[in-house]
Design a protein around this ligand. Structure first.
Ligand SMILES: Nc1ncnc2c1ncn2[C@@H]1O[C@H](COP(=O)(O)OP(=O)(O)O)[C@@H](O)[C@H]1O
Ligand SMILES: [Mg+2]
Length: 467
């Protein structure tokens, strides 16, 4: 029996991807010029010029489709912009190119095996651009007539649509009536209905109706009444990820699972079927593969099994570009006794392009703080800006950025529109940075409940140095 593989419609995008990342909301790109040279302060990006340029070069290769199945690693101390640059890359790619972000430890917390979680992440990062012919109904609404049943639960109706050449009456069911109501379609609108998905789009108001302005808003767009046939065939192009195709076609799940975000495990046989179907579509010229990007943050948290999976998956014909980030220097590879640079096994390291990020200069820190203040709509006094920059150099940039909003709460409480040194001093005393927290824990020895091994093991991981 030949299975049919559907790809859903463009509407069924994977919504679990649309995560808001507050701490990086000011990042709008890599801030490079046409020659890929980093601008001093652009698109929310400051400094870290070499890493940004390297990221830009890699993106270029991705866009030319030349770098699937490769991997790169951002290595550097905490708070040096590794995650920020990766997200800047995501913004630069078109909306058509999938970009998936995971944090390595997520892989262990999902209700599925590690390798299944990674497989899903890989398949989310491969786009399939599909060209399909659909049948649409397009014309000007002449009349819409709706009859409700006594209870109002079911509706039936008739829709009269015309073009300059013809006029047709269609019977409407409840679903279609709701779709028309949602778009607020009235007589005189020029609309288009996708026959397969039932999606209604309003193209504008017909010129012929430009006089009855009771149904118009300020932004009403006028269009000509369409010519020719009411039913037409039209080519549409939409991009879905392999993972979306998997989920839509997995019988136990159905595409509602995409909205729940909880997709469970997908059978390997189904994936094989989908792969060969996609290969068939490619041969027929119906589909194109768009290798995207998979970003794995804090990659040293993966264990040896995950790393061997990565190694194998990168060999696959359908592999995305994998970008990793780590703040570890020499670290133990999880699941083994061995230590290795960045906590990655050497055979994986071997195929990775490594880009390092450096601690920021004082002026760069000041500029980043200013950008964040603008983003969060906070005014800092000149003195407060100096104090916060100093704090950032002594603790971490991330800690300092976190203080902005808490300090503002304090400033508001004393009815000031501006955050001053005093507000910072108070938040600094409320919230500890890592160094102070470690100090405090040491002082509390014997009073807190400790996990067995908190005392520094002789071969504990080394986080890269800040200074
Ligand atoms: N070059 C930069 N330009 C603008 N903001 C940055 C830059 N580097 C880091 N940031 C911001 O500083 C904070 C810490 O950076 P982050 O990317 O999380 O560091 P890392 O991932 O290296 O630990 C984030 O809020 C980030 O958006
Ligand atoms: Mg990070």
């Amino acid at each position: 029996m030949a299975t049919t593989i559907t790809t859903g419609t463009a509407e069924v995008r994977d919504i679990t991807k649309m995560e808001r990342i507050g701490a990086h909301s000011h990042i709008r790109g890599l801030g490079l010029d046409d020659r890929l040279e980093p601008r001093g302060n652009s698109q929310g990006m400051v400094g870290q010029a070499k890493a940004r340029k390297a990221a830009g070069m890699i993106l270029k290769l991705v866009q030319e489709g030349r770098i699937a199945g490769r991997a790169m690693l951002f290595a550097g101390p905490p708070s040096t912009g590794k995650t920020a640059i990766a997200l800047g890359m995501a913004q630069t790619l078109g909306s058509d190119v999938p970009f998936t972000v995971i944090t390595a430890s997520e892989v262990f917390s999902l209700s599925m095996s590690k390798t299944e979680a990674l497989t899903q992440a890989f398949r989310r990062s491969i786009g399939v651009r599909i060209r399909e012919e659909t049948e649409i109904i397009e014309g000007e609404v002449v009349e819409m007539q709706i009859d409700r049943s006594l209870t109002g639960a079911t509706k039936t109706g008739k829709l009269t649509i015309k073009t300059t050449d013809m006029e047709t009456i269609y019977d409407l069911g409840t679903k279609m009536i709701d779709a028309l109501a949602k778009e607020k379609v009235t007589a005189g609108d020029v609309i288009s209905i996708d026959k397969t998905s039932g999606k209604v789009s309003k193209l504008g108001r017909s010129f012929a109706r430009s006089r009855d302005y009771d149904a118009m808003g300020a932004d009403t767009k006028f269009v000509q009444c369409p010519e020719g046939e009411i039913q037409k065939r039209k080519e549409v192009v939409h991009t879905v990820s392999l993972h979306e195709i998997d989920v839509i076609n997995s019988r136990t799940q159905g595409f509602l699972a995409l909205f729940a975000g909880d997709t469970g495990e997908i059978k390997p046989e189904l994936r094989n079927q989908i792969n060969s179907k996609v290969a068939e579509w490619r041969e027929e010229g119906k589909a194109e593969i768009i290798p995207g990007v998979l970003f794995i943050d804090e990659v040293h948290m993966l264990d040896i099994e995950c790393f061997s999976f990565l190694n194998r998956a990168l060999e696959n014909e359908l592999a995305p570009l994998v970008i990793m980030a780590s703040n570890r220097g020499m670290a133990r590879i999880r699941g083994t006794k061995f230590r290795s640079p960045h906590g990655l096994p050497v055979d994986l390291l071997d195929r990775v392009l490594i880009v390092s990020t450096q601690p920021y200069q004082a002026e760069e820190i000041e500029q980043i703080i200013k950008i964040r203040c603008e983003e969060e709509d906070v005014t800092l006094s000149e003195a407060a800006l100096n104090v916060l920059s100093t704090m950032a150099t002594q603790t971490t940039l991330r800690y300092a950025l976190n203080l902005i909003s808490t300090a503002q709460t304090l400033a508001r409480k004393r009815k000031s529109a501006q955050v001053d040194v005093e507000d910072l001093r108070r938040t600094y005393s409320y919230f500890m940075d890592e160094k102070r927290s470690v100090e405090w824990i040491k002082q509390q020895q014997g009073f807190l409940v400790f996990e067995e091994d908190l005392q520094a093991e002789p071969d504990a991981d080394v986080v890269m140095d800040q200074s």
